[in-house]
Design a protein around this ligand. Sequence first.
Ligand code: NAP
Length: 293
Amino acid sequence: MIQRPLGKSGLTVSALGFGAGPVGSEALSDADAEALLHGVLDAGITLIDTAPSYGVSEERIGRFLGSRRREFVLSTKCGYGVPGVEDWTPECITRGVDLALQRLRTDVLDVLHFHSCPPDVLHRPGLIEALTRAVEAGKVRAAAYSGDNAGLDAALETGAFAVVQTSVNLFDQRSLDHGVAKAQERGVGVIAKRPLANAPWRFPGRPYAHDVGEYWERMQRMALQTDGLDWPELALRFTAFAPGVATCIVGTTRLDNLRANARTLEQGPLPEPTVQAIRDAFRRHDTGWDGVI
Ligand SMILES: NC(=O)c1ccc[n+]([C@@H]2O[C@H](COP(=O)([O-])OP(=O)(O)OC[C@H]3O[C@@H](n4cnc5c(N)ncnc54)[C@H](OP(=O)(O)O)[C@@H]3O)[C@@H](O)[C@H]2O)c1
């Protein structure tokens, strides 16, 4: 598995990370979640991304991977969901850090993101300072921002974040010319979320969910040639080797898909003409195709 520096954060991560959103679903049994999480580390993946809003994901990672904590970079999020505390306040950040440490059964969060913090909220007095204090206290290694579009631009302008997480995929490329390029210039590590665009090719008609529905629509419009590759391979190799991207976090509940994704990365970057055709198709059809949050 390719390992890369996560910008200048001092952290090193596998080029394929694990998006632990699906691990939080109660539809997945404890036993299956445990097997999946161990399978992630056994496949050589060294970045796991979670959030308080992903059901029981944080709690399960703490419970099932506590004994293997040194084997991976742990990334989570904050800004909301602290009982009795208003969202997006300094107290919410400070107490959110301590609650996350407890749920994840660890003494340090390697990466802690402001989770989709709107640009106007980002500048609330004391908010960024609360995150910086958690870094200074040794409870967080890298202060991070997760979001897209104007929010990502605003976050990068503050200079306060060592890592950002944003959508990058075949059907979500605006960030490559903006936030990702800017982050790369400044040594900020980039985690690409939604690297498979939520796999819209699985659906014969537009799916109801807004995110995959939007990507499905863009996929029809772009009408890409896959050059003999299957869709997951085309999508993953495009995102994982995009300039400025350190790692991409695929969400899956299936170990066979996870292992296939790991093998796909061994194929390396797509041929340059294929990448250019994908970039051109996006630019030709982009009619306000903002990043999907
Ligand atoms: N910060 C944020 O606001 C935010 C927002 C969205 C996502 N995220 C993060 O990014 C992670 C990934 O995003 P995502 O899960 O929304 O999108 P994604 O990784 O682009 O797509 C996930 C979908 O792809 C399917 N898949 C995975 N490998 C496959 C393969 N080899 N072949 C076919 N299908 C495959 C999965 O289905 P199976 O389960 O069937 O494999 C799943 O439905 C999340 O888990 C989360 O950590 C963060």
